[in-house]
Design a protein around this ligand. Sequence first.
Ligand SMILES: N[C@@H](CCC[C@H](N)C(=O)O)C(=O)O
Length: 266
Amino acid sequence: MISFVKAHACGNDFLIIEEAVAGRRHAELAQKLCSRNTSVGADGIEFLERRADGSFFLRLFNADGSEAELSGNGTRCVAAWLAQSEGLNEVALGTHGGVRTCRVISSDGPVFQIESGMGVPRVMRRAIELEGVGVVEGAMVNVGNPHYVLFVDTDDFGSHGMTWQELGGKIAVSPLFPHGTNVEFVKVKSADEIEFRIFERGCGPTTSSGTGTCASSSAAIALRDCARSLTAVAEGGAQSVVWPSNGEAMMLTGPAEFVCVGEVFA
Ligand SMILES: N[C@@H](CCC[C@H](N)C(=O)O)C(=O)O
């Protein structure tokens, strides 16, 4: 049996498991335990390593067993857990995408509001050509992990005669991105509000993404003249970002909520 915590951030859900009990089974555990029909179900697993010097390191595995550099929402869920279980109201969490420092702003029962330093986004305008689709105009954005951001103005976020889920699925696995990419479809609603949809690498359509929020927002700020402080609304809810200047870290604020703790056969 493996002990876990389940938490979500705007519906983007994660299991938190101590690295010490993972053995070398990270990918296998992710595939097994993230299954929504046959196990607990989640978009990914955050494996929490406690290092001898007192620092923390997170390894994120997507539901398909692939390892990603980091998750913004998953990191926030872990920060909320460390606040709840160990009273750490500010914590630095190492990830393969860089160290993310998270600070509890408020809490109400199982719901925590947390501000996270998300590093400096890198935005590069880039048109891509997809077989059977044609040219797609968008931007490659790196926020510790890779994203491709497209701006759309359709009611249903579709583009190129496809639903956003269909087009997102094609872009995510295009050979143009050898390591795959997360994909966001962004609508600018006003100077300080965007709405977006997310096709996540290694997991598919999700209701929210922390790094996706940062990628979409930084692209909207850099390429669509949006305000440096804005609200990004996904299907699972809103998060807010502040990006003081292109060379500075983006700050992301949003919720994390505990669902349950338990033990699972694995
Ligand atoms: N939902 C996450 C992103 C998770 C990682 C992603 N699937 C990847 O492979 O990069 C977030 O909140 O950032």
